[in-house]
Each structure stands twice: as C-alpha cells, then as structure tokens.
Design a binder for this molecule. Structure first.
Ligand SMILES: [Zn+2]
Length: 347
C-alpha cells in the first residue's frame, strides 16, 4: 500500500456504525480516570497500559473491560470519555458515529443513570461544538439470562427517555450463545413502537439461526457483525432483498477467533454476493486497531480496489439511522470530498 493510499484512508470522510464507547477509551484517558477515582491499574504509563490492553484471550478482554468500567464514577468522567471519543473520531475524519454504550453495566457498578446520561450528553455536545463530529447512541442490552428482566427493562427505559439526547437505537450485546434473540422480543417490540431503531449483535459467535432470530423476532434493521450469514445462502439472499446492512469488524473477528485469518474472513464474499457491508473497529485500542486501519485492510488483506472501498465507506453513511435528509447531506459531502481527494492525489 502506497503512502498516498494511506493518507487517503485517514483523510476520507467516514461513518462508523459499530464501536463501543467503553472499548474506545485510550490509555491516556484511562490514566486520568484512574487518578481521579483512586483506582489501581496494572500499569502506570500509557505504553504500559497499551501493552496491557492487548488482546490475549476473552477472559483478559473482559477483565480489561471491567477495570475500565470501575474507573468511571462521576458525571465528568462520562463527559471526558464521550468528548475524547469525539476527538479521536475527528482525528480520523469520522464525521458520524453510532456508538454503543451499555447502561446496565454502569448501573450495576453503582452509578445512577442521571450521572452517566448527563455526562454523555455534555461530552457529545462539546465534541460536536469543538470538532464538528456527530454522535448518536446505541444502548445495548447485555445477553445474560440471570439479569433478566431488570437488565432489559432498564436499558429500554433509558433508551426511550434519552431519544432527545441522541439515543437512536436499541442493541443487544454480550455472549451470543448465552440466550437466543427470541428471549428479548418484547423489549425490541416496545423499542420500535417508541421510534427507536434496532441493531443487535448476531452471527458472530453463533451461526445463521441467531441472525434469523434477530430479523424475525427483533425486527433488526442492521446486524452487528453478521459475518456468519455466509454459512446460509438463503439468509444471504434475505439480507440482500431487505437491504439489511452488516456492521463488520474484521480485526475484532480475528482477535476473538471467529475466523483464523483475514484470508478466511468472508468480508469479500459477502460484498461480492451483494450484501451491504460496512467496516468498523468495535473496540479499537483493545484490538490494537483504528477505524482507519480497518479501512486500510480492505485494500491490503481483502484486495478491494479504490472504487469498492469508496462504496463500502459510503455504505456506512447510507446504512446509518440518521433522518433521510441529513443522511443524504452527509453522503453528498463524502462523495465530493472523495472526488477532491482523488484529484489532489493524482495531480
Ligand atoms: Zn460489538
């Protein structure tokens, strides 16, 4: 990959639809949060934390996640992570993000919703004012049968109440094989009735049945991951016919062992079949990646040409849950910026 292509992937306008706020906290921010709240971290420097973040196995990943959550206590902590998230998105020219946040985890760690919601609202607003990036929230229910129904009730309630402050969709996360999507049907029905969009994680650690369940029982409009759809030709056809986009996170899939290598990852086959694919980073510092890096992989690992890469980037805007008028504006802006950058690059 030439230097000019690398510059292009950083500069080109992007939308990111699958990224977790808690999994996007950078080492420098975590150090500050730990200092504020008197939490002992396993490393005291940015480099040390970056090393500790590095994915080794799922158990370690969860441990890192929980440590990060313990460092979040006050409204200003939540404001900081939302603001810093916006800062990093702006650095990569990610103009628009739909960001997953898991309210019940924070509630169960003893932080009241008034505290984290006010912090997120301030951070989101300041990131827009200072960096011009837009953020909306996907609040996700963690799949965990023993927390039901309190978990789903709480998450739905927060998402419905918070629509004015950027809650745009209800998600479903956690261990996919712990309970099938059908168990969450009622909450997703109520979410749709309240005007929220629906994007559950499915087809990552579990196969096509989990995606079918998300479509039929939950009314999924997009699928988080969804890569395992490739195992069922009928499902691939359904996704194409109904314009259901997949939020694909290649490096996350490799780190978590969904596929052994990029060579075996179905990104390219899904795209060529006609499924709407988008590219995303999931938990970037924890998987040692960035959104820009994931875009580079489209060229270096998946062999897409420039035209296909631009289409996949535009899919990010097209598949967003924005109001149609705003969505069209962002698509037009991105298109003309792509043309300008291409002309500049070849001049
Ligand atoms: Zn995810």
């Amino acid at each position: 990959m030439g230097k000019s292509n690398q510059d292009y992937y950083l500069a080109v306008p992007k939308a990111e639809l699958h990224v977790h706020l808690e999994g996007s906290i950078q080492p420098a921010t975590l150090l500050e949060l730990a200092r504020r709240n008197g939490v002992d971290l396993p490393a005291g420097s940015e480099a040390g934390l970056a090393e500790w973040f590095k994915f080794s196995d799922f158990g370690h990943f969860i441990q890192v996640y929980m440590t990060i959550t313990r460092c979040l206590r006050a409204e200003s902590d939540y404001e900081l992570i939302a603001y810093e998230f916006g800062h990093e998105q702006a650095r990569q020219n990610i103009r628009y993000s739909e960001v997953t946040f898991t309210p019940y985890t924070h509630k169960s760690m003893g932080v009241d919703e008034e505290v984290f919601l006010a912090g997120l609202a301030r951070g989101r607003r300041r990131a827009f004012e200072d960096f011009g990036v837009e953020i909306n929230w996907v609040f996700d229910i963690v799949r965990e049968p023993r927390l039901m129904p309190a978990n789903a009730d709480f998450t739905l309630g927060v998402a419905v109440d918070y629509r004015e402050d950027g809650a745009i969709a209800l998600g479903l996360g956690g261990a996919e094989n712990s309970s099938p999507p059908e168990a969450y049907r009622d909450w997703f029905t109520r979410a749709r009735e309240a005007g929220l969009h629906v994007t559950p994680h499915a087809g990552e650690h579990d196969g096509p049945e989990s995606i079918w369940g998300s479509l039929r029982a939950l009314g999924a409009e997009r699928i988080g991951h969804g890569v395992r759809a490739i195992d069922d030709p009928e499902l691939v056809q359904y996704l194409i016919e109904h314009g259901i986009a997949l939020e694909i996170n290649p490096t996350s899939n490799i780190r978590l062992g969904v596929y052994p290598s990029y060579g075996e990852h179905p990104m390219r086959r899904l795209h060529e079949a006609g499924v709407i694919v988008t590219v995303n980073s999931d938990d970037p510092p924890l998987f040692g990646t960035t959104m820009t890096r994931e875009v580079e992989l489209l060229e270096t690992e998946f062999g897409f040409d420039r035209e296909a890469i631009d289409e996949i980037l535009l899919n990010g805007f097209r598949s967003s849950f924005l109001e149609p008028a705003r969505r069209s504006e962002l698509i037009e802006e991105a298109r003309s910026e792509m043309t300008r950058l291409r002309e500049e690059g070849s001049a």
